[in-house]
Design a binder for this molecule. Structure first.
Ligand code: FE2
Length: 308
């Protein structure tokens, strides 16, 4: 079966490898509270940039938000003189709140996510009984990416690949020779993302991962999360497709779909839900915006009892 989006992505990476196209500069900010890596990627020639998977600080006990983590991104962008074109989300995260609307107000950029976000909005809109004022059409975002959609960061070519499995809406953004793969693969010594959230599916995740692994071995890979691994004492969020194919403990070359799905399903059954899943999902399904205030002017996060 031909896969023209993947072929385009491969050709794009190879152009950078051959020196026929510029490589983007990537700076990452790791939030140890949620184990999330936010990436700022830019074209050194034009200084145009994208922010990928930002984090809003949220203290669950008090319900307080703050911007210490996101401010680091603002400071870096201003110090480097970058112009932000995009605020990209690889998916609707269940473990941290997005700071994209706040960053958009500070720095600009179009807010974008995968088009299948409408399925996520439909599922979680029901779970949280969000009411008719919550639009489930993706209209909270400036752009919804479909598989194979091409875009650019300044003069650097980019393409969006739909890589579902962790959630239905997961996208990978291949920008020059750098792939921002969201929650698909983790570091080779840690494995892969869980596939047991609503709409997740282990076999689909396997096929999405094998698709990413068809990118050239030298493709730089930037992860959304790291949790360290047994025997590793530091966080890491950058690897390569070659290293993943050779060494990924869950899905290195030679692991088949059946074996992966059995491993993934058994492992997921042992995992507890992320600490911040309730606020994260309610905010991120709204494009990172809080629910509308109630009649007293206060915004609330709901917790459905015995529903998840
Ligand atoms: Fe995730």
């Amino acid at each position: 079966m031909s896969d023209s989006a993947l072929e385009t992505a491969i050709a794009q990476v190879e152009k950078v490898e051959r020196g026929q196209a510029p490589a983007p500069v990537v700076r990452s900010f790791f939030d140890e509270a949620t184990f999330t890596a936010t990436h700022v990627v830019h074209d050194p020639a034009t200084r145009q940039a994208a922010v990928i998977d930002s984090v809003l600080d949220y203290e669950a006990a008090s319900g307080r938000t703050s911007h210490t983590t996101a401010q680091k991104v603002v400071d870096y962008v201003r110090a480097e003189g970058l112009e932000v074109q995009w605020q990209l989300e690889t998916h609707a995260h269940a473990d941290h709140l997005s700071a994209a609307p706040w960053l958009q107000a500070q720095l600009g950029g179009k807010l974008a996510i995968g088009a299948e976000i409408v399925r996520v909005q439909s599922v979680f809109g029901k779970i949280f009984n969000a009411g008719t004022e919550f639009a489930r059409d993706g209209s909270q975002f400036d752009r919804l990416f479909h598989d194979g959609d091409r875009f650019a960061i300044g003069g650097i070519e980019a393409i969006a690949l739909h890589v579902p499995g962790h959630t239905p809406a997961d996208m990978a953004f291949v920008i020059g020779d750098a792939a921002f793969i969201g929650d698909t693969l983790f570091m080779p010594d840690y494995g892969t993302a869980r596939a047991d959230f609503p709409g997740g599916e282990a076999r689909q995740l396997f096929r999405s991962i094998r698709r990413l692994m068809a990118l050239p071995d030298a493709t730089r890979v930037f992860l959304c999360h790291d949790y360290k691994a047994p025997g590793r004492d530091h966080f890491a969020w950058e690897t390569t497709i070659g290293a993943e194919r050779r060494d990924n403990i869950h899905v290195h070359d030679g692991v088949g779909e059946d074996a992966f799905a059995a491993m993934r399903t058994a492992r997921d059954a042992t995992l507890s839900l992320p600490n911040l899943i309730m606020p994260s999902v309610q905010v991120n399904m709204r494009g990172g915006r809080m629910p509308e205030p109630e009649s007293n002017g206060t915004r609330y996060i709901k917790i459905p009892i015995d529903a998840l």
